[in-house]
Every structure is written in C-alpha cells, then in structure tokens.
Design a protein around this ligand. Structure first.
Ligand code: BGC
Length: 471
C-alpha cells in the first residue's frame, strides 16, 4: 500500500468509527425509555402495593386489577408428608403428569411431558379436558397406578377465584390459551367430568393450585423461611403468605395458623392504566396484537412469552431507522413472533466483546454478515429489554417483602426466563436490595420442579391435616 493509500484508508476508518459512535449514541437515546430509574421503580413498588391492598379489600376487590385470590392453602409442608400422589401441571404449551412418592424429607418422582397442540389451546374446553384426561390415563396405565384411586394435586396456572381447596373458577385465560366454555367454570369439575367420560381411571382430587403456590410449597418443604413463590416463565405471577386479618375476603375458618397463601395474579397489574408512566410504544404494539388486549399488561412487559417480541420490535424499529444492519437486516426480524426470548438469553451469554452466540442467532434468523458493531448494538438492545424486565420483577418482589415486613424471607423462584437468562438472578438481587426497607433481608432460591412437586405437596398436606374433610 502506498503512503497516500494508507492515509486515505486511515481517514476512511476514522470516519467509519465516528459514524459507528454516532449510531451507538442514537441507539442509546432511542432505548433510554427502556432504562428505568430507581425513582421509577420505587413508584412501581408503591403503585403495586396500592393495587394489592385494593385486591385484599372487600369493598375494592371487584374493580381491583391485582385480584389477590385466597388459595385455601394455609399450612406449609413440614417435611413429614408421606405417600404416593399424582400431580397434573398445566400452564403452558406443555402439560405434565407426575407420580410422586414422598417420604420424610425425601421424594421420588416419575413424570411425563405431553404437548398441548395449539388447536387444543384455542378449541373448546371439553377438548382440552379430554386431552388432559387422556394423558393422565396413559400415564397411569404405563405406571400401573390405575387400580385404586390415588390422591391428586392439580396445578392449573391461570387466574382462578377459589371457593375451596378443590374448587377454582377460571377468571380469564392468559398465555395464549383461549378455550371456550371454561371461563367462569370450576376447572376441577371439568376435569372430573372428562375423567368420567372415559370411565377407565379413578382419581381423588385433593387440591387445585396455581404454579406460584406449588413453587412456594416445594421450596418451603426444605426451607421454612420460604414465604413467597414467584414464577418468571411464559407468564409471571407471585404468591405470598398473608395474615388472615389482612384478607377481608377470607370466608374460611379462623383456626391457627392465622394465615393463608394469596395468589396475587400480579401479571394483571397495570390493566387500569397505572403503569402508563413506564409503558412504551413497543408494549402497546404487543398488547394490541395479543389474544387478550388490555389484559396482563405487567406480564407483557416481563414474561418469556413476550420478551423476545419486545426485543424484536425494538430491533426492527431501529433497523428501519437505519441504525442497525445498515438499514437492512434479516427479513425474519420483520415477522411477528420470530425472535424468541431464548435468543435474548443466548446473545447475553457471550462474554463481553465476543459475539459467537449473537452471530449464531443472527445466522438462524438468516443474516450471516453481521459486523462486530451490529452485534454490540444487538446485545445492547437485548440487555436493555431484559434489564427492564428483571428490574420491574425486582420491584414486585421488593413490594411484597416490604409489605410482609418480616426480617428474613426466602423467595422461591421458578420459570424458564429466570432459569435460562444468564443475568436475571443477579440483576434482580441487586435491585431488590436497593428497593427493600432497611433491616430486611431476603434470598432467591430456585425451586426445582415446583409447579409439579408442589401439587403433590399441597395434596399431601391436605391429607396430613385431615384435608379430606377440608375439601
Ligand atoms: C397466570 C398465572 C400464572 C403465571 C405463571 C399467568 O399468566 O395468570 O396464574 O401463575 O402466568 O405461570
């Protein structure tokens, strides 16, 4: 290269760098609305507390968005529960049947996963419950537990108004389900009717519960400090142990322990407009195109079902504005639903400054000549979206910890987003620390298989304390 060429080349490189930096600054500016200050997060905490109290209060519960359903689960496991239990776990695209053999402080588990086809998720309710009954029967025959009825716990992870430990009316579908004829109905009755239609198996439903309750129970079985159950997966939600005196809707007895697990259904936080101060155009687009517009607005800012799509919308918008991929980018970026939440986790698993996973994801999307600069910007956007999700989830946990005011609480957490995102746990811990009241401490504990195991535990506790009568 001649001297002149070298000079031209270095001028050109400097010019490119300057453009690169300018683009980066513009991208940062365009993403600023996704980065929430501590002051905004404190406001989220406070507003959520208002909504939870409205849910717990008899006079305001009807209009409350965060319904705070009492679960009728009042005793936590003590590790002494024994016996064989069946559990059903429905809450996403997969459905699980489990057989759990509990002994003092040990358990053995067999389980099988069955897919729930989209046609079933959106078809008639009888079709869904017939599918569940068929999977249960297959499992029971395969495991030779079809002779005498076993006690069963049913984890049904949708908002339900409970009227007892074995009676739960579906309030509304979430997470991509929309089966007709189920809203307003008792899902245990629908399950029992489907089983009766088959006539080849017998079960004894001991409890119906939410996955948050299952997660709490599975963790409390090992750790008595556990008082909150949190799911960060396809959907999001939390439950916690509340004193009976604070639950005006409580219609059960007031014997000891004077407490009950409350299923907050905080995914619906914001459905009355209270989160508009932090929602963005991306959140509004997601909501408009969802199966349940105007509902589960908090969930749509955080959960695994939507986080990939929020990221895609930001990436697509900034590509259109010419700030990414020289304004072109992969075609799939412009197709709804094509950027999965797992991609965000994968891109963020690269070491800083390395882009191996990022390039793999972009190749999967059909784009194989991403520059380092593009990869850095894509990662920045993924981080902005996932940090926002982790920080608002942290604000929700901090709100519950402050409300409970107990010196130390263990939070049981489960869900694919929490499990597979490489930084979600750390981001949450750091932010919760900043948002809780002085003097309080906490830890986040992964609750392995909570929603399935927890169902068996709720059933087992019911058996231990004479739950057959409590049904
Ligand atoms: C449901 C909750 C559930 C959560 C996590 C939400 O969409 O409404 O009942 O606990 O997802 O699975």
């Amino acid at each position: 290269m001649t001297g002149k060429c070298r000079i031209w080349r270095s001028m050109f490189m400097r010019w490119l760098c300057r453009i690169g930096r300018a683009k980066q600054r513009l991208i940062e500016e365009r993403c600023a609305e996704l980065i929430l200050s501590d002051e905004q997060l404190r406001e989220v905490c406070q507003r959520l507390l208002v909504e939870i109290n409205r849910g717990l209060n008899k006079d305001t519960n009807k209009e409350a968005t965060v319904k705070c359903f009492p679960t009728y689960v009042r005793e936590l496991p003590n590790g002494e529960e024994c016996g064989k239990f069946l559990a059903l776990d429905l809450g996403g695209t997969n459905f699980r049947v489990l057989l759990i053999d509990l002994g003092p402080h040990v358990f053995h588990m067999e389980s099988k996963i069955f897919a729930v086809p989209q046609s079933v998720m959106l078809g008639p309710g009888t079709g869904l419950f017939d599918h569940i009954a068929e999977c249960l029967a297959t499992f029971m025959h395969e495991n030779q537990v079809d002779v005498s009825p076993l006690p069963l716990g049913f984890t049904f992870s949708f908002p339900c108004s409970q009227e007892g430990l074995t009676k739960a009316r579906l309030a509304t579908w979430t997470k991509g389900f929309k089966c007709s004829g189920v809203e307003g109905e008792d899902v245990v009755k629908l399950l029992q009717e489907a089983i009766a239609r088959r006539g080849d198996i017998k079960i004894d439903v001991m409890a119906v519960l939410n996955d948050t309750t299952g997660t709490l129970m599975a963790c409390a079985w090992k750790n008595p400090a556990c008082r909150i159950g949190l799911i960060l997966g396809t959907g999001i939600n939390a439950c916690y142990v509340e004193r009976l005196e604070n639950v005006q809707l409580w219609d059960g007895d007031h014997d000891d322990p004077k407490q009950v697990v409350i299923n907050t259904e905080l995914g619906a936080f914001g459905d009355n407009g209270t989160l508009e101060f932090i929602r963005t155009e991306y959140d509004r687009t997601i909501d408009q195109h969802s199966l349940n517009p105007g509902r589960q607005l908090f969930e749509k800012m955080i959960s695994g079902m939507y986080m990939g799509e929020v990221t895609r919308l930001v990436l697509a918008q900034l590509t259109r504005e010419g700030l990414l991929f020289d304004g072109m980018g992969p075609e799939t970026l412009f197709e709804p639903g094509q950027f999965f939440t797992k991609y965000v986790s994968e891109i963020e698993s690269d070491k800083k400054g390395e882009y191996t996973c990022c390039r793999q994801v972009l190749e999967e999307l059909g784009y194989d000549d991403a520059s380092d600069e593009d990869c850095a910007n894509v990662r920045f956007i993924c981080e902005a979206v996932s940090r926002r999700a982790a920080h608002i989830a942290a604000a929700a946990v901090a709100c519950l910890l402050n409300k409970m005011g107990q010196k130390h609480v263990t939070v049981a957490v489960d869900g694919s987003l929490y499990r597979f995102h490489p930084h979600f746990h750390d981001l949450m811990v750091e932010k919760i620390r900043q948002l809780i009241n002085p003097g309080l401490t906490f830890d986040l504990m992964l609750s392995e298989d909570g929603s399935g195991r927890g169902a068996a535990l709720v059933a087992a506790v019911a058996v231990r304390i004479g739950g057959l009568a409590a049904r």
